[in-house]
Design a binder for this molecule. Structure first.
Ligand code: NAP
Length: 276
């Protein structure tokens, strides 16, 4: 067994993950002996791998697609926010052998916006969320926790948005995908939680004429960093926040629990995650 703590990220596939670069940058910056590795793990092997990792010196790990929901069946302790969202991204291997599961996507989302717009709150006015997948769940949970009173939710597949309304309640107003431009117009905070605009995916074609100064626009897509949505937001005088910071901020609680230091989300961390 290694004499220093190990952590990692489990997914399938996992080659695209930027987490190893980020965590290794932090380990180096703070002079911590330890390592963080990307582990390709197929769904059928997830539990066996998770039960073996603590015996190999791992103190915890991140999980990503497709394991975020399945880990809740395996974990011995689940945080309230992971229970609420039905998914986890951060696991802590406890000294008693138990696996604790948490979800830091929502806090990462809020911390990223606050870093760029300290006075922003979800209570500033109606919010528009585009998309109704796993990331949208975390974002909606965070917006409600932060005081959002009304959320316009628009998704190509409307029943998925209706299902989220069932879960999160009357603050959600489902808007047809073809009407998403109206949601952008009526909202103060606009969040793209679809994969549209990501390299290799189609462009986000939602009408953006409703973007005006004073609005806050953020895109979860961070490849490229400057999406059409963010470009148009800046051109309209709105505040635009890219999605890379969410990736960095969601990693902070795990690193702190595993390695004992709260790491900084700064330009050097951004550069490390980008592989610069
Ligand atoms: P997901 O569960 O697969 O959801 C994908 C979403 O995109 C769904 O709402 C889907 O709509 C929509 N979509 C996909 N193709 C579309 C198309 N051609 N037209 C209209 N809508 C389309 O994925 P996820 O985990 O929520 O992730 C969504 C995005 O957020 C990804 O780009 C991911 O990389 C990014 N993300 C970033 C961070 C971060 O830290 N910055 C964290 C999590 C996720 P349907 O329901 O109609 O299919």
């Amino acid at each position: 067994m290694t004499s220093y703590p190990l952590a990692g990220v489990l997914g399938w596939p996992i080659g695209h993950s930027r987490s190893p670069q980020l965590h290794r940058h932090w380990l180096k910056t703070y002079g911590i002996k330890g390592d963080y590795v990307a582990l390709p793990v197929a769904e059928e092997n997830l539990e066996a791998v998770l039960r073996t990792m603590p015996k190999m010196g791992f103190v915890g790990c991140n999980v990503t697609i497709p394991h975020k929901v399945a880990v809740l069946e395996i974990a011995d302790h689940i945080s309230d926010r992971a229970t609420l969202l039905g998914a986890a991204n951060t696991l802590i291997f406890r000294a008693d052998g138990g696996i604790h599961a948490d979800n830091t996507d929502g806090t990462g989302f809020l911390a990223n916006i606050r870093q760029h717009a300290p006075d922003w709150t979800a209570a500033n006015g109606p919010c528009a969320v585009l998309g109704a997948g796993g990331a949208a769940r975390a974002v909606i949970g965070a917006l409600i926790e932060d005081g959002a009173s009304e959320i316009f939710l628009s998704n190509r597949t409307r029943p998925k948005a209706e299902a989220l309304k069932q879960e999160f309640g009357s603050k959600i107003n489902v808007v047809d995908w073809v009407q998403a431009g109206n949601a952008v117009e009526d909202a103060q905070t606009i969040v793209n939680c679809t994969s549209l605009g990501m390299e290799g995916c189609p462009e986000l074609r939602v009408p953006l004429d409703g973007l005006t100064p004073g609005k806050l626009v953020t895109d979860l897509v961070y490849q490229p960093l400057e999406t059409r949505l963010l470009r148009e937001a800046r051109a309209a005088g709105a505040t635009a926040v890219d999605g890379l910071g969410m990736l960095l901020h969601q990693a902070v609680p795990g690193f702190e629990r595993w390695f004992g230091v709260k790491p900084a989300v700064d330009e050097a961390a951004r550069a490390a995650a980008l592989g610069a």
